[in-house]
Design a protein around this ligand. Structure first.
Ligand code: SF4
Length: 213
């Protein structure tokens, strides 16, 4: 097994995945409000599932002011397919209310403010900062990023915040947003949870999991 250096990992994954052509596989949003709500809804489900429900959700509730006053049963009905819909409905309504009362109706653009919103942890905050404000404060760690990072041997941690700490010290800052997208696509298409296709993987000779079986 060769040393898994960040440049090799990035260049090989870039050769496989074109993030600009893969937007349909990620969450759809048009502004900071939609980014925040779609990302909260994406917990424990797929981006495709979220994209299906947000069409109706954002047409009925186009901003934080509207969602802050929503009937929770109506919101639960719309987001039901995403799972955990009682908690998610509570969170997105409460987050919208907090945006209205504490941030003058504007989704905040600082990590410490975002993680105060109900239902928002570092993963969600990183995605909102990156996609809505073009600010890179870290690397969002979802289930795919977690699995690929652990298998490659970049981290031995299981807690997402600690994995993020290992990732941001491994990869250069100007690649952090890209690492999230590349690892998600690699985790969905090749390094899948149950049966990773190691024999087709461009990272095979760099991978701890592949070298140890
Ligand atoms: S070699 Fe296998 S375990 Fe390692 S990154 Fe590739 S698919 Fe995942």
């Amino acid at each position: 097994m060769k040393h898994a250096d960040p440049d090799s990992i990035l260049s090989r994954l870039r050769s496989q995945y074109d993030l600009s052509q893969s937007r349909d596989e990620f969450l759809h949003f048009r502004n900071p409000y939609e980014t925040l709500i779609a990302t909260i809804l994406s917990a424990q489900t797929t981006d495709r599932c979220v994209n299906k429900v947000t069409k109706e959700l954002f047409s009925r509730y186009p901003d934080c002011a509207a969602l802050a006053q929503a009937d929770i049963r109506d919101v639960e009905r719309i987001i039901h397919p995403t799972g955990f819909y009682h908690a998610k409905a509570r969170h997105i309504i409460a987050a919208s209310q907090m945006v209205m009362t504490e941030f003058q109706g504007r989704v905040p653009d600082e990590m410490e403010d975002l993680i105060r919103l109900p239902g928002v942890g570092r993963k969600t905050a990183n995605i909102v900062l990156d996609h809505a404000f073009s600010k890179t404060a870290g690397i969002a760690v979802d289930t795919h990023v977690r699995r690929v990072s652990m298998r490659l041997g970049i981290t031995d941690e299981s807690d997402p915040d600690r994995i993020e700490t290992d990732l941001v010290s491994f990869f250069p800052q100007d690649s952090w947003a890209e690492v999230n997208g590349l690892f998600i696509l690699h985790g969905r298409r090749v390094c899948t949870a149950r049966r990773p296709a190691c024999d087709q993987c461009v990272l095979f000779d760099l991978c701890r999991y592949a070298s140890t079986g």
